[in-house]
Design a protein around this ligand. Structure first.
Ligand code: NDP
Length: 335
């Protein structure tokens, strides 16, 4: 709470007045982002007659559209397809009157009571309240083979996809807390888990490291980097690694795995808001504990852009609901 007392909304940053001057409109509630957080915020805001307008962003439907089956979202006893689930959420938000638009937010000005948001460098939307639900993007290694096998064994979410590898052998890349947590989660399901670490030490906290080293079916491969993911064209069958010892000593090794999990961090999609909105050092938006309030009155944040701990569709949806309720109360007090 103290942190928020110290925060100040910067004034007189570069103005957006010069952009799209003729093409402006005024809305009550603008939702930025179309993952589970954004759609849930939209459903609640629309039912509360806030007439929300949603800007979908680059990846309509958010991260869930990059996974295949979703089995852990409550209400789907047979599981569902990630893209289909987001389509359902979209229809539900539209049914209550949410207006959903294509576009990217390219600039904001949160220095006054009415918030200005620029879409695609062209159009200015004035909003009484803004809900930021722009999510986070998992980092990938950037290998061609990784792209080829996305959805065929390459995943950036063990909690989402680990279940499909029960009794199999898998690899996790990364040496932070996420990698350690995902490796131990997978070790409960899988026959064997390789943890691939580029350095000769883990960055994860001591407690998480202990959990990794105490799990007998995790094999830690220090000083290994991923060269290529191999498979039959459809599914992953193994990984080619480079084992390094010092500058000149390099050796190629291949491990046989059915799943390859990335856990090398996420990038919260908060860059465009940073001139006004407080974030932590990684870029996650800071919200007042137990709420979705940011440091700027009338701007709320929900979902993965403000959550580096849980990062689940259902927790994102939960905070989306909170953001809409916080918005409703904020607008009711204002008018
Ligand atoms: P981190 O940035 O902490 O760790 C990323 C890891 O991935 C590092 O080991 C890094 O290696 C490695 N890495 C990065 N790029 C590459 C690459 N190109 N090739 C190979 N390895 C790579 O991210 P996390 O997601 O683990 O954690 C983010 C934050 O969330 C941290 O503050 C963490 O403590 C927190 N967290 C907390 C949890 C909890 O409390 N339960 C659970 C999960 C996360 P290197 O060390 O060599 O740079």
């Amino acid at each position: 709470m103290d942190l928020f007392k110290k925060m100040e909304v910067p004034k007189n940053l570069s103005s957006v007045d010069s952009i799209g001057g003729k093409d402006t409109e005024h809305v009550k509630c603008l939702i930025i982002g179309s993952g589970p957080a954004g759609y849930t915020a939209a459903i609640y805001a629309a039912r509360a007659n806030l007439k929300p307008v949603m800007i979908q962003g680059m990846q309509a439907g958010g991260q869930l559209t990059t996974t295949t089956e979703v089995e852990n979202f409550p209400g789907y006893p047979q599981g569902t397809d990630g893209t289909a689930m987001m389509e359902d959420l979209k229809k539900q938000a539209e049914r209550f009157g949410t207006e959903i638009r294509w576009g990217m937010v390219t600039k904001v000005d949160f220095s006054s009571d009415v918030h200005k948001v620029v879409i695609d460098d062209e159009k200015v939307i004035l909003a009484d309240a803004v809900i930021i639900a722009t999510g986070a993007t998992a980092k990938y290694l950037g290998l061609e083979s990784e792209e080829k096998y996305k959805g065929g064994g390459v995943s950036a979410c063990a909690t989402c996809d680990g279940f499909f590898y029960r009794g199999k052998e898998v690899a996790v890349v990364g040496g932070g807390d996420t990698a350690a947590e995902e490796a131990t989660y997978l070790a409960n399901l899988c026959k064997k888990v390789y943890l691939i670490i580029r350095k000769d030490y883990l960055r994860a906290s001591k407690a998480m490291q202990k959990r990794v080293f105490d799990t007998p079916n995790i094999e830690v491969l220090f000083e290994h980097s991923t060269k290529e993911i191999i498979g039959d064209g459809n599914v992953v069958q193994g990984v080619k690694l480079i084992k390094r010892k010092g500058e000149s000593d390099e050796k190629e090794v291949t491990i046989k795995v059915d799943g390859f999990f990335l856990a090398i961090g996420h990038t919260p999609n908060s860059e465009v808001f940073k001139p006004y909105i407080e974030t932590d050092e990684t870029g996650y938006i800071l919200t007042k504990q137990g709420s979705t309030h940011t440091n700027v009155p009338g701007v709320f944040a929900c979902g993965d852009v403000q959550d580096h701990v849980y990062r689940q569709a259902v927790t994102a949806a939960g905070t989306g609901c909170m953001a809409a309720l916080d918005t409703e109360r904020y607008l009711a007090q204002k008018h």
